[in-house]
Design a protein around this ligand. Structure first.
Ligand SMILES: Cc1cc2nc3c(=O)[nH]c(=O)nc-3n(C[C@H](O)[C@H](O)[C@H](O)COP(=O)(O)OP(=O)(O)OC[C@H]3O[C@@H](n4cnc5c(N)ncnc54)[C@H](O)[C@@H]3O)c2cc1C
Length: 384
């Protein structure tokens, strides 16, 4: 089950070699300085990794979610910051245009995004509406041939560097979730600017910024899909996006486990390698088992998505389990390193900090449990 094809293995090796050669040497410095890895993002574009899940005809790599997971895992195994940059760009921003946009809109924006010429961001969260995304306050008001946006978005990945953002705004307050629409706002548009860049616990080389809209006027044709369908499309976008957060979790957990295995075989106490103590062996055994379970759930969701099936339940399960397992694995990674797990000379402490985003972003664990329970309890009768 879930045997990779030869092409998938080649992709995995190519991304691994890139991550080890071009990312690993800079990880600590970028983390320390909170420095966005512009040059690496450009190269990822050249490698096709900024358009993995989009068709060749739109400048994408023409691959699927299984390949997308493999790429995010390999990048995040070395640096979760790079993983989340790629994830927000592909499965949130660009995919919203792919899912909700018309042909003209796809042709207008996807080739630039898929090639990496442009970097994308996706703005749903607001200061007052996180889990309760329907409580958005940013408004878009129709004025002749334009829409005028006012409000702000918070915690937006790539927000400070994006060439365009897909933004959710209220177009009819009376209609609740059916009164929310999605728009593409391009960098340089008057009245649109990134706000504060967050100073974060982890994933510090990724950019997390506010987006601010002050009488920001955009052309009518920047409305994605139909008016009032933005929220519904955003939920579909998140079904796919959660697979990428599961992959981000898998990558960091893999990195933490690899580092712990290496350290456990090198570090000697009481005259032997600590890997010879059963207490350490059992930790490694649990970490590897949880990682494989998370991998299987994630690959199931990715394969179903590639087969065109609805994955609301499966992507929420994969995201919930992989993110929480990854936190446990990274925590044990620190423990196996003892005091050296607490200092920056070893990678364990960074995995421990970075991975903490995974049970929060794209819907917290609490929200995933609500989604799973809702799917189980009759909203989807076919699931028994
Ligand atoms: C690094 C980073 C990157 C991000 N990138 C993006 C991005 O690119 N685009 C974007 O739009 N957003 C992004 N986010 C925002 C992220 O999706 C939200 O932070 C997340 O959805 C939680 O919202 P909140 O922070 O407002 O927490 P809240 O919704 O205020 O939640 C606080 C706590 O209450 C719990 N809670 C809330 N409601 C319920 C309920 N009904 N039942 C039980 N518990 C509940 C939550 O689970 C959580 O534990 C990012 C966040 C971070 C930190």
């Amino acid at each position: 089950m879930f045997e990779l094809t030869e092409e998938q293995r080649q992709l995995q090796s190519a991304v691994r070699a890139f991550a080890e050669g071009e990312i690993a040497p800079h990880v600590s410095e970028w983390d320390e300085k909170s420095e966005f890895p512009h040059a690496v993002v450009k190269k990822l574009g050249e490698m096709g990794l900024l358009g993995v899940i989009f068709p060749d005809s739109l400048g994408g790599a023409g691959m699927g979610y299984v390949e997308y997971v493999l790429a995010i895992v390999e990048l995040s195994r070395v640096d979760g910051s790079v993983g989340i940059i790629v994830a927000a760009h592909n499965s949130l921003c660009t995919n919203h245009i792919m899912l909700g946009g018309n042909d003209e809109q796809r042709k207008r924006w996807i080739p630039k995004l898929a090639s990496g010429e442009w970097l994308g961001a996706w703005g749903l969260t607001e200061p007052g509406s996180g889990s309760d995304a329907a409580g958005a306050r940013t408004t878009a008001v129709k004025k002749g041939d334009t829409w005028v946006l006012n409000g702000s978005k918070t915690f937006i990945t790539n927000g400070g560097h994006a060439d365009c953002a897909v933004v959710l705004a209220v177009t009819d307050k009376e209609k609740g979730t059916k009164g929310i629409s999605a728009f593409v706002v391009e960098k340089g548009t008057k009245g649109f600017r990134p706000g504060r860049k967050e100073n974060k616990l982890g994933l510090r080389a990724s950019d997390t910024s506010e987006l601010i809209f002050e009488d920001c006027e955009i052309p009518a044709e920047n409305l994605i899909g139909k008016e009032g369908e933005g929220f519904k499309d955003a939920m579909r976008v998140l079904d796919g996006g959660r697979i990428s957060i599961a992959a981000l979790s898998l990558g960091m957990a893999r990195g933490a486990l690899d580092a712990a295995m290496k350290y456990a075989q090198e570090r000697r106490q009481f005259g032997k390698a600590i890997s010879e103590f059963q207490a350490i062996q059992f930790k490694l055994a649990d970490m590897a088992t949880e990682l494989d379970a998370a991998w299987l759930l994630t690959m199931r969701a990715a394969q179903m998505k590639d087969a065109g099936k609805k994955v609301t339940l499966e992507s929420a399960m994969a995201k919930l389990y992989a993110s929480e397992a990854a936190c446990r694995i990274c925590d044990e990674g620190v423990q196996i390193h003892g005091g050296y797990g607490f200092i920056k000379d070893y990678p364990a402490e960074k995995f421990y900090r970075d991975v903490r985003l995974c049970p929060i972003g794209e819907g917290t664990s609490e929200i995933q449990r609500m989604v799973i329970a809702r799917e189980l309890l009759g909203k989807s009768p076919s699931r028994g």
